[in-house]
Design a protein around this ligand. Sequence first.
Ligand code: FAD
Length: 413
Amino acid sequence: MSAPHVLVSGAGIAGIATALQLVRGGIRTTVVERAPEPRPGGQAVDLRGASREAAERMGLMPGISAHRLHEKGMVYVDGRGRSYGRMPVDLFDGRGAVADVEIARGDLNQVLLDALAEADAAAPGLLSLRYGDRIEALVQDEAGVEARFASGGSGRFDAVLGADGVHSATRRLAFGSEERFATRLGGYAAFFTMPTPVGIEDGWFSMRIVPGAMLGIRPDRDPATSKAMLTLRVGRDAALRGDRAAQEALIRRLLSDAGWQAPAVLAAMSAAEDFYFDELARVDVPDLVNARVALVGDAGYCGTPLSGMGTAMALVGAFVLAGELVEARAEDVPAALARYARRIEPFIADGKKIPFGSLERAVPTTRAGAALGRLTTRVMLSKPFLPLITRAFAANATDELPLPDPASAPLAR
Ligand SMILES: Cc1cc2nc3c(=O)[nH]c(=O)nc-3n(C[C@H](O)[C@H](O)[C@H](O)COP(=O)(O)OP(=O)(O)OC[C@H]3O[C@@H](n4cnc5c(N)ncnc54)[C@H](O)[C@@H]3O)c2cc1C
């Protein structure tokens, strides 16, 4: 009878948060990340409700507070930059598009990496974190999982955790092809850092909607830079996968008449080092566990960036999953993983919802549709309608569920 040895695939938010809690709990943990180094970038991440509590119970709040963004709210603008609707942070009882605790995804990843380095220093020998490597094959038997790595080595583990994102290789190897679990929403999302454009309203998340595209510019921690965020409503095109030039060409086409800050966004796009582009795909895996292999974060549950809950779900999932494993002996791993899946289920069903509907509602494809969207936003955010909309936000809130309580919640020593 011994403590398990755990393999984690992916060093994003889900992977690093899981590894952090495992190492704190005294579990030998190997993490393999395909990228050669930590991946920076990403938009502001909202922490509210259960995800905020998970961050608190993991002792992450001091680090998060040091990197906290101070957004004033969201403002909708037209082609000349004139605002036609405004949602300050405290509107809708704090349940609107901007939460009171916000941190850029890359900064949160760094806060987690710093905490992991501390945990590693406090308990040397438990953690092996390997960039530039990935799992190539997995074979399970009653007592463990044999993994073969692209780097040539192999190893035997008591549990393998797939934290390798929407296109998870762990999921493909242990559960089945991506097509079984991913639902394409009919569009793409792109994010990158850009110099803060002249004339942008300081501290506000500004949003412009044109036929086929939603363009947002969000404040960064450094006032000299901002985050550009694009949601594109176009049919699936296999040629876009992995082809940055084709991705940029699509964005240029859709923003050609957008006015406002679109020229500044397009001018900055090609130089962006953290340019991120992916298809909008929801991930539903009916059973997150296959014996000794489990999925956490986007690999197992993803409501697309439109849900705004991906990182929140990854943090909560990591907290619960590691909490179950820390109490388990090697032979109890399948039961511990099954408890994780049960505990997390209600939370992820809620977190995958897209607030107020769908991509179709958020991004119209015609000029008339975009004009109607502007009118609706203006009316909804006008004084007489606010009480009604506040009630609708409360009914749609995805932050009401309590944090599932795992068997254990190790903290920094
Ligand atoms: C660079 C980056 C920027 C992002 N920006 C945004 C954003 O602006 N807005 C938004 O809503 N969401 C964004 N996301 C997605 C968001 O981070 C996730 O939805 C959420 O945090 C859940 O994280 P995750 O760890 O489950 O998945 P991810 O964040 O996707 O992390 C998965 C990790 O696994 C690694 N990986 C992939 N395949 C393999 C493999 N075969 N073997 C080993 N490692 C592998 C990836 O390199 C990545 O580091 C971004 C993700 C990344 C990686």
